[in-house]
Design a protein. Sequence first.
Length: 160
Amino acid sequence: MDSKKYVLIADDDNTVLNLYESILGTLTDEHPNDLVSDELDDLSALIGVSVEESKPDVYEGDLDFYLANDGLSAVDMQDQCIEAGIVVTHALLDIRMPPGIDGIKTAKLLLEKNPSLDITFISAYSEYSEEMIAEELGRPCRVLKKPFSKEEIIEILSES
C-alpha cells in the first residue's frame, strides 16, 4: 500500500495558498521552501499563521500537494490526479470561495469520485459547525479555524 499522502488544497486567497505552500514545502523536497521572505513573514503574522523554515520532526511521511484557487479547479485537479493514477488522500478546503462553488459543494463533488477522501475544512468563519457539515456530507470531517498553525496542518496529515 502506498503510504504517500497526496493533499489537495483549495482556497480563494492566493496569500493563504502561498502560506500552505510554505508550510508544506518544508515537508517535501518537491516543493522547496523558497517562498519564505520578509514580505511573506509579514503577511503570515498579519493573519496569524505560523511559518517556520525548519523541517519539523513531527511528520515524517512522504507528501505531495496540489493547490487550487477555487472549488471547480480542485475538482479538475483531482480528475487529473485520477487520470495519472494518483489517489488524493486529503483535502484541505476553504468553506467560502466566492464567486464559485463553496467548500462544501467542492467536497461533495470530490467525494463522488473518491469516497475515502479525508476532508478538513479550514475557514475564518464560524457559520458551519463540524456536525452541520458532517450531516450535509453524510460522513465525518474536520473543521479548523483560521488562523491555523504549521503544527495543526501536520497534525491533520499525521492523524490519518
